[in-house]
Write a protein that binds this ligand. Structure first.
Ligand code: DC
Length: 335
C-alpha cells in the first residue's frame, strides 16, 4: 500500500468551488499516477477552517469516487498556514512509485510540519537576488535573509564611529560589541543597528562599496557567518549573498547562483536607486558594480563563488517572474 499526497486551494468558500477543486485534484492524482478505480483503498481529506460551506468527501462522492472509503476533517487554525486549502491523502495498492499532486498554488511549506529547509541564493551585485528571494520566500511561506544587509550595517557602523573600513584593528573592536539584529515585520526584513532601523540608510550607494571592503576582513565575516548560521539552523529560509552555498551553508538543500551581464545588473540597480529617490550616474554605477564584483570575487576569505552543486541561472533575458518560477519549480521537484 502506498500513500499519495495532494493539496489544492479554493478562491472562495462556496460549494461550487469546493466541488470543482476536489474533482480536479482527484482526477489529476488518478491520471498522473495511472490508477484504476480498484486500486484506490481510501481517500482522506482535511481542509482549513475557513472552508465551511461544503466538505471535500461529499465533493469526492459527487466526482464519481463512489466505492472508496472517504473521510474529511477540519484542520485547526495554524498561523502561517495557507488559506482556503484542501489537503488529501489517498491510499492505493500500487507497485509503482507515486507522484504527489499540488494544484492552485497549494504547495507551500507548512512551518509546523516541515523540517527546516535552507535555500542558498548567491550572485554578484544587482543580479536580482533580493527581489527573487523575497518572492520565493513569500510563495513558500518561509523567511528570507538578505545577508548583504548585514555587511552593509557593519559598514554603516564604521561610518558612524568614524572608523576606516580598512582599519582591521579598529573594525575588530567594533565587531566585539556590535549590536546588530535582523527582525521581520509582515515578512519584510528590518535591519537594526544599535536598536535603530537602518534598512533604508544601508541602501545608499556610498555604503555599497564600503560594505564590500569591510566584508573582506576575517573579524567581520566570522561574526556575520555565525549570525547567519544561527538564524538558518532553526528557520526555513532563503539566504541571499555571495558565499552562502560555498561557505555559510555548504549543506543547504537547495543552491542557486544568479547572475546577469554587468550592463543589465547596472540598469537594474540604477532604476532601483532612482525609484528610492537616490541620484546616481549610470556609467559610474556600472563601473562601481564591476569593481565591487572584482573585490568580492578576489578576496581570500569566502569569495563570491558559485558552489559546485549550485544551479546557475543567467537572468539577463529573464523577467523577475520567470526567474522566480524557474527556481521554485526546481525546488518543488525535490520537496
Ligand atoms: O548584496 P549586497 O549588494 O547588499 O552586498 C553588499 C556587500 O556585502 C557585497 O558587495 C559583499 C558583501 N557580502 C558578502 O561579502 N557576503 C555576503 N554573503 C553578502 C554580501
Amino acid at each position: 500500500m502506498k500513500a499519495i499526497r495532494g493539496a489544492t486551494t479554493v478562491a472562495c468558500d462556496c460549494a461550487e468551488e469546493v466541488r470543482g477543486a476536489v474533482a480536479e485534484l482527484l482526477i489529476n492524482i488518478k491520471k498522473v499516477n495511472n490508477l484504476a478505480d480498484g486500486q484506490i483503498i481510501c481517500i482522506m481529506f482535511s481542509n482549513t477552517a475557513d472552508i465551511r460551506s461544503y466538505y471535500p468527501a461529499k465533493a469526492a462522492r459527487e466526482a464519481g469516487f463512489s466505492d472508496v472509503a472517504l473521510y474529511s476533517s477540519l484542520e485547526p487554525i495554524i498561523e502561517g498556514s495557507l488559506e482556503k486549502c484542501i489537503r488529501v491523502m489517498m491510499l492505493v495498492e500500487s507497485d509503482d512509485p507515486v507522484k504527489h499532486i499540488y494544484l492552485r498554488g497549494a504547495k507551500v511549506l507548512r512551518k509546523d510540519l516541515t523540517a527546516v529547509v535552507n535555500i542558498a541564493l548567491d550572485g554578484p551585485a544587482g543580479s536580482g537576488k533580493s527581489t527573487i528571494s523575497r518572492l520565493i520566500a513569500k510563495k513558500m511561506n518561509i523567511l528570507c535573509l538578505d545577508t548583504g544587509a548585514m555587511y552593509r550595517a557593519c559598514a554603516l557602523k564604521c561610518v558612524r564611529e568614524g572608523v576606516a573600513v580598512t582599519d582591521e584593528r579598529a573594525v575588530a573592536g567594533i565587531m566585539q560589541n556590535l549590536n546588530l539584529k535582523v527582525e521581520y515585520c509582515g515578512g519584510v526584513q528590518k535591519t537594526l543597528l544599535d536598536g535603530d532601523d537602518v534598512s533604508g540608510e544601508i541602501r545608499k550607494n556610498e555604503i555599497s562599496m564600503l560594505a564590500s571592503t569591510v566584508s573582506v576582513l576575517d573579524c567581520v565575516r566570522s561574526k556575520m557567518v555565525e549570525l547567519q548560521r544561527e538564524i538558518a539552523k532553526s528557520t526555513s529560509c532563503i539566504l541571499d549573498g555571495r558565499d552562502i552555498g560555498s561557505n555559510v551553508l555548504p549543506d543547504a538543500r537547495f543552491k542557486f547562483f544568479l547572475t546577469a551581464s554587468p550592463e543589465v545588473r547596472a540598469k537594474r540597480r540604477y532604476s532601483e536607486l532612482k525609484n528610492k529617490g537616490f541620484v546616481v550616474d549610470f556609467e559610474e554605477l556600472k563601473s562601481e558594480i564591476i569593481k565591487r564584483d572584482e573585490q568580492d570575487a578576489n578576496r581570500k576569505n569566502a569569495p563570491l563563488k558559485m558552489a559546485d552543486d549550485a544551479v546557475l541561472v543567467d537572468s539577463s533575458d529573464m523577467s523577475v517572474e520567470e526567474v522566480a518560477a524557474f527556481i521554485q519549480n526546481k525546488i518543488q521537484e525535490k520537496i
